[in-house]
Design a protein around this ligand. Structure first.
Ligand code: NAD
Length: 355
């Protein structure tokens, strides 16, 4: 199914409205999800809608919950998403940090109990648009772990995303935004939906043998994702678990915590105003010189050119904005079923999608 961003956003907005979300929240969440598809991250796009509708219906996601400030110590803030849409409470929390950093120079904000935050890069981009540097450590809890620690064969963590962003005046920011697992869980889900294999080295089966069959994560005995980058990626994943999970969320993947089928993100984010360091022009000049130097690298065999983090997303955004978003048949069927479960009738779905 090839669909343009606009009708897809409208469809998803109406699904959440039918779930009794407030209009501004419904359209904000829909916009975030479709932007993830536009930027090439189908794993964090509208394919999440069936899970969100399911979680609203079973009370795991509170569609109109607002951000609550728990502790305000100036440059250190602790806020609670109260299991509201991550795309809403996460944006509000980031807005709070951006507002505060103007007076403090640096802010460390802990966000706990957000329902799935989606693409973490979106919060980094929010900071970059305000001219700020940001760093985000996130864990994912509320369900069984799927990522094995380095040298282990049993899952103990989840895909714990890490994000860091450097703003550039008049230029797109550098956005490093990644799961710390070999690939994002959603990419395993999308591969399973499409009946495709995942790249070598991403998964191990329940006996600890390498596998590229995405279905091993969704059947018993369950396999596991591995960390990216061996022991180093595993180390970064543990830091996300401990800073995002233990410090901000007080809820890690350890087995005494709930695992009742929810998707909860906790995030510790640092926001830094380059002005606090003084010479912003010099900083930006040096950033540009370094990025130019990276771009000037001769490409290795099999590659067209060297990019900086964030560039692939912008290229895909340009391509999908003009040609549309291609959604595989299984994901589309699941989206339509979610729309029906939310109470939209087929004629409205057809009208929205031009079917
Ligand atoms: P990815 O592997 O596609 O990209 C990771 C990073 O590498 C990006 O910053 C990208 O710009 C950069 N990159 C990719 N190709 C590059 C190239 N050729 N040259 C230079 N840089 C390049 O991303 P991923 O690990 O699959 O993560 C996908 C998304 O999943 C992210 O948005 C992440 O936030 C999200 N995620 C969210 C959760 C959650 O619980 N909310 C959990 C895991 C992942």
């Amino acid at each position: 199914m090839l669909i343009a961003a606009e009708p897809l956003t409208q469809l998803v907005t109406e699904i959440f409205l039918a779930c009794d979300a407030q209009p501004d929240i419904a359209s904000r969440v829909a916009g975030h999800l479709v932007e993830a598809n536009l930027k090439g991250h189908d794993s964090h796009g509208v394919g999440m809608v069936p899970a969100y509708v399911h979680n609203i219906r079973n009370g795991n996601l509170q569609p109109n919950a607002e951000l609550k400030v728990i502790q305000d110590k100036g440059a250190v803030l602790l806020v609670d998403g109260q299991l509201g849409f991550g795309q809403h409470v996460g944006r509000e929390a980031t807005g709070l940090a951006i507002e505060r950093v103007r007076s403090t120079g640096v802010v460390c904000l802990g966000l706990r109990n957000a329902h799935h935050l989606g693409r973490i890069g979106s919060y980094g981009e929010q900071c970059a648009a305000a001219g700020l540097v940001s760093v985000h450590f996130v864990n994912v809890v509320g369900h069984e772990p799927q990522v094995a620690p380095f040298a282990g064969r049993e899952p103990r963590m989840t895909t714990n995303p890490f994000c860091a962003v450097v703003p550039r005046t008049g230029q797109p920011p550098l956005v490093l935004d990644m799961a710390t697992s070999a690939i994002a869980l959603g990419k395993v889900r999308v591969a399973a939906m499409k009946g495709e294999a995942v790249p070598e080295g991403s998964l191990i089966d329940a006996d600890g043998n390498p596998s590229n069959d995405p279905n091993i994560l969704f059947r018993q005995p369950r396999g596991a994702l591995g960390p990216f980058g061996g022991h180093k990626g595993y180390g970064l994943a543990v830091i996300c678990e401990l800073l995002g999970g233990a410090l901000a969320g007080q809820w890690t993947a350890q087995p005494k915590q709930p695992r009742a089928g929810n998707i909860v993100n906790h995030m510790l984010m640092f926001v830094l105003d380059p002005e606090a360091f003084g010479d912003v022009a010099q900083f930006e000049q040096e950033v540009t010189a370094m990025i130019d130097y990276l771009h000037s690298t001769a490409p290795a065999s099999g590659h067209d050119r060297v990019r900086i983090p964030g560039e692939p997303e912008r290229e895909t955004l340009a391509e999908r904005s003009s040609h549309g978003i291609d959604i595989d048949a299984n994901s589309w069927r699941a989206l339509v079923q979610a729309a029906e479960a939310a109470g939209l009738d087929q004629s409205r779905i057809d009208a929205l999608t031009g079917a």
